[in-house]
Design a protein around this ligand. Sequence first.
Ligand code: NAP
Length: 482
Amino acid sequence: MTTASTLPTGTPTGMLIGGEWSSGSEQLDVVDPATLSVLASVADAGVADGRDAVGAAADAFPAWAALSGRERGEILRSAYELMTAELEDCVRLIVLENGKAWSDAMGEARYAAEFFRWFSEEAVRIEGGFREAPGGDKTIITDHRPVGVAYLITPWNFPAAMATRKLAPAMAAGCTTVLKPAEQTPLTALWVAHVLERAGAPAGVVNVVNTSQPGPVSEAILADPRVATLSFTGSTPVGKILLSQTAQRVVTSSMELGGNAPFLVLEGADVDAAVEGAMVAKMRNGGAACTAANRFYVHASLVEDFSSRFRQALAAMKIGPGIDTGNELGAMVSVDERDKIAGLLATAEDEGGRIDAVSDAPGDGAFIAPHVVHGVQHGSTLTRIEVFGPVAPIVTFEDTDDAIRMANDTEFGLISYVYGADKGVGITVGRQLQTGMVAIDRGVVSDAAAPFGGMKESGLGREGGFHGIHEFLETQYLGITW
Ligand code: NAP
């Protein structure tokens, strides 16, 4: 079934500053990667707009922080209800500007709404402490306060979920926000901001600046003394630039960066289950996920069986515009992104990998077919960098310790996947993997109620779960003679 390829009625296209939508002096085109046609032109914010957004957030902060947790929570709960009632609009926007399949966008929109529900509940559970000092001379009271204005930067691959995963905990904590979405996918973020407005978020609590100049606008925002924290999701190189900027004013930051997830199929694993998990871990979002399985390490006794069944499952996927709900693999976000993946395949071939294009992709639009790459050597390009597309490199191993060593042989540490002979093997191996998250016998672990984040160069801090709200809180200790 093909759904309407027009924007949902009332989708904002301006920038949002202090409760006012404005079209600004410059415009930025948003392109549908499935058709390569322009979907909309949105306001293109400049440095002065970024500073105005910070000013609006700073002005709104005292009143928002002074609301009770219950009042803030109820606004977030209303946002959850509204978003759930209008989920199809959100899905349509994600599909149109990002290109992903309808079912992937539906999964994302539901996950995105969950952050409003989860943090509406967390807003009233910010615990402090009260205890005697060990020396008995005083009482230690610990309290948590909203840190202030939070600057939030999101990537294009999950335009709704990355926005709500930051907005919801920041607002629950009592912070006001300036959100900068990715320039390829601003429409979903604008729609989310409009949901929050309609849910009752006061003017200035949520400000959104879409921009074609992320560097200068972000630098000016981070240099502004009214900004208290940065929450960034994106690539590790950009994360490093931003960390150096936050260091100038010693502001806190949380960083959700790149991944290079290993997927281990150990001796004795159930191959059917492993293929089912691999399809989700590799193909959710067309492989454009920081959590995407990037490299497969398969025991020699299973590699033939696993490779052929995985190939078969990939070949059965319907490829085409996500707006047709029957398609399971949509377009990459842009022609550049598609060409980058094609370039990686050429490199893999030069390095001795056997390239296996399992099907054909439509010629128009930013489509690319799934590929399995057989006979890959650990250490080759495909095992070192984030592919971000539907490419599955397979490395064979004989010894579990060797598989663990190869899995950990990367500067990244976001997530790993393990299929072993039983749960005990999965847990034992999982605990030796240097990743912030480990999926055992499953292809996805993301959950608003769980701590999401990476070790090593995959990031700093955690989003979601009980941890997420603390990225936006400052701890204060009161030492008192009781
Ligand atoms: P990206 O190039 O790092 O961009 C991410 C965001 O940063 C975008 O909003 C981008 O704006 C902005 N940006 C770019 N240069 C900047 C600068 N100099 N200063 C400030 N902001 C700047 O990443 P991407 O290609 O959009 O997203 C893919 C990456 O995100 C992958 O590495 C993926 O693993 C990672 N990711 C991580 C997680 C996680 O939770 N760990 C989740 C999703 C994605 P423009 O759009 O205008 O360039």
